[in-house]
Design a protein around this ligand. Structure first.
Ligand SMILES: *[C@@H]1O[C@H](CO)[C@@H](O)[C@H](O)[C@H]1NC(C)=O
Ligand SMILES: *[C@@H]1O[C@H](CO)[C@@H](O)[C@H](O)[C@H]1NC(C)=O
Ligand SMILES: *[C@@H]1O[C@H](CO)[C@@H](O)[C@H](O)[C@H]1NC(C)=O
Ligand SMILES: *[C@@H]1O[C@H](CO)[C@@H](O)[C@H](O)[C@H]1NC(C)=O
Length: 598
């Protein structure tokens, strides 16, 4: 009796819609705004925990005084994007002042603060648990899954059964004609993206969706050294810290699986003497991936030589381990100052300097999120065919082609990939037909893992939810297609939403890809332990010379210090070459891979 007397008024107070739909879990409405946490109370009541959100009220919608002020002054993402991508003369001045550091620190802290750290949820737990924290086999996630007992897959909105994933991909994503990226992005960038991200996007085939095999959860270079110790040992020469290699026509390449007996994924018809062994199992798939594997292998062995000159007394183990840290540093430097710099289109010159964060609160840890994996399916970058010198290769000729790398050599492939334009990622249907099954897989995975709607992610990352399909797509025809599939703007799914969103002017994708992707990316890069005050010092990298290698790394040097003839190398096509079309689609590959393995 006692319990009942007090529970009753509470339930009435909290019930969402008294009288009807009495069994609906109220959290299906996603009632809690501004990162408030929804907790079901009784069967039809809920509470929003607004602690430290800066808001209060039933749904965390009422701003506290300082929040109100802050919100009034906060520029919209579109506004600062405009400023950062215009007024080059202004940025040339800023670039040489202390203001560059101030802005870079601001970029890093504002972005990284959007990522919960330590991580909170995963696909099995939509509430905080020790299991979600401690079991690193899970990808984490920023928003909890849509509760299982909701009326529709997207919570309350949209159809009770989502349109077929294949249909969504065909209607909204499939390329009609190749759309070149207006930022001039090239295939050298596309393959870097693929190579780099596959150290931390490794969905576990054995444990299934929502689980990862890359337990380092970040830039650990598992794609070079393997994701476990056994694999690493097979790849190592155990001499001067070096990795195993083979020489072909006087040049260094990865060893074959005969020499480094590890599991690599190749079709059966390819004999072991043609299968190259790398840290990542799938890199035999494309010559562009094996190209980067080769470049990093050469870099590793080059840095080992350099360290050995500095430290003749060091043993193999110390040379190996220190070289690995140097290559991690080089990777982060190149990703921020070459890769993200290019992608952002910003005139602000980005800077990799961990010391920028030493005065602020920052957690040196990272956990890879399902949402990050989902959004990073940038397959529209891929062309219809691959042009190398005067030859054009179809997907059939390119995929699992084990001789192309050594046929042409590193120089010629770098030059060809640097000069061939990549596709625009968002805004237009640009997913190559040959890769449409990848997009279908992404959509199916997001349903399995019950990802929240695109608009909920917009809100979570500080943007206004879209109120109409027209506002989302900026194009009537696309708007009509999206509406026909989803019916309600609040039911649009995460990945399709990111790709159909209208682009920023002359950019590779829309606002949400940047605003949601950048926080994951920057947190992952700066959250690396080498960026912490204890690690970030010359001795960690074998002294001044090793530290210098990290602090002066660039894409250009990475390639040119490891080849005989320095080719044109960049993440964008040469000036004046933007906007070039490509040959019509040819060939088709029936490769079926786990969703993030291609
Ligand atoms: C809180 O959100 C629910 C669900 O969206 C809504 O029905 C209710 O009116 C909101 N309450 C207040 C006080 O805003
Ligand atoms: C910024 O300054 C650096 C060094 O002072 C210079 O190398 C670089 O070209 C400048 N970048 C821009 C965009 O002005
Ligand atoms: C992590 O969770 C999965 C699923 O419950 C389980 O199979 C696995 O054994 C867990 N891993 C560890 C290290 O406990
Ligand atoms: C692989 O690439 C080479 C060019 O390097 C080409 O001659 C060969 O035909 C390709 N292999 C296949 C199976 O298409």
């Amino acid at each position: 009796m006692h319990g009942l007397c007090c529970a009753l008024p509470l339930m009435l107070l909290l019930s969402v819609s008294p009288g009807n739909s009495s069994t609906v879990n109220p959290c299906c409405y996603f009632p809690c705004q501004h990162k408030g946490v929804c907790v079901q109370v009784g069967t039809e009541g809920y509470e929003c925990d607004c602690t430290r959100t800066g808001y209060f009220g039933t749904n965390c919608t009422l701003p506290e005084f300082w929040t109100r002020l802050h919100e009034a002054l906060r520029p919209t993402p579109a506004f600062y994007h405009f400023i950062l991508t215009h007024f080059q003369w202004f940025w040339t001045i800023i670039n040489n002042t202390f203001i560059r550091d101030v802005l870079m620190r601001l970029v890093l802290t504002i972005r990284a603060n959007l990522i919960p750290s330590p991580p909170i949820y995963n696909s099995a737990y939509g509430y905080i648990t020790w299991e979600a924290y401690a079991n690193v086999s899970y990808f984490t996630r920023v928003l909890p899954p849509v509760p299982r007992d909701c009326p529709t897959p997207m919570g309350m909105k949209g159809p009770s059964q989502l349109p077929d994933a294949q249909l969504v991909a065909e209607e909204l994503l499939q390329r009609k004609t190749f759309q070149p990226d207006p930022q001039g992005t090239n295939l050298m960038f596309a393959f870097f993206a693929q190579h780099f991200t596959h150290q931390f996007f490794k969905t576990s085939g054995r444990m299934g969706h929502g689980f990862t095999r890359a337990l380092g959860h970040g830039v650990d270079l598992g794609h070079i050294y393997g994701d476990n110790l056994e694999r690493q040992h097979e790849l190592r020469l155990f001499q001067d810290g070096k990795l195993k290699y083979q020489m072909v026509k006087g040049e260094m390449y990865p060893p074959t699986v005969l020499d480094a007996p590890i599991h690599m994924i190749y079709p059966k018809h390819i004999p072991p003497e043609e299968q190259l062994a790398t840290g990542q199992e799938v890199f035999g798939l494309l010559p562009g991936l094996m190209l980067y594997a080769t470049i990093w292998l050469r870099e590793h062995n080059r840095v080992c030589d350099l360290l050995k000159r500095e430290h003749p007394a060091w043993d193999d183990e110390q040379l190996f381990q220190t070289t690995r840290l140097i290559l991690i540093g080089e990777t982060i430097k190149i990703v921020i100052e070459d890769y993200v710099q290019h992608l952002s289109g910003y005139y602000l010159q980005l800077k990799f300097d961990p010391e920028l964060l030493f005065g602020v609160q920052f957690q040196y840890r990272n956990r890879i999120a399902v949402e990050f994996n989902q959004l990073y399916h940038w397959h529209p970058l891929m062309p219809d065919s691959f042009k190398i010198q005067n030859q054009e290769y179809s997907y059939n000729q390119f995929v699992y082609n084990t001789t192309m790398l050594t046929d042409y050599g590193v120089e010629d492939l770098v030059e060809a990939f640097s000069k061939q334009q990549a596709g625009q990622i968002g805004g237009k249907p640009n997913m190559p037909r040959q890769l449409l099954n990848v997009a279908v897989g992404v959509i199916e995975e997001s349903r399995l893992l019950r990802l929240q709607p695109f608009n909920e992610y917009r809100k979570r990352f500080g943007m206004k939810p879209y109120t109409s399909f027209q506002e989302l797509t900026g194009a009537e025809e696309t708007a009509a297609k999206v509406e026909a599939l989803y019916g309600d703007i609040d039911a649009v799914e995460f990945y399709p939403g990111l790709l159909v969103e209208k682009n920023q002017p002359n950019a590779i994708f829309g606002e949400s890809m940047v605003e949601i992707g950048a926080p994951f990316s920057l947190k992952g890069l700066l959250g690396n332990p080498i960026c912490s005050p204890e690690y970030w010092k010359p001795s960690t990298f074998g002294g001044a010379a090793g530290f210098e290698v990290v602090n002066t790394a660039s894409l250009q040097k990475l390639v040119c210090l490891n080849v005989k003839r320095c080719p044109y190398v960049a993440f964008r096509v040469p000036d004046g070459q933007e906007g070039g079309g490509a040959a019509p689609s040819s060939g088709s590959s029936g490769e079926k891979e786990p969703s993030d393995e291609l």
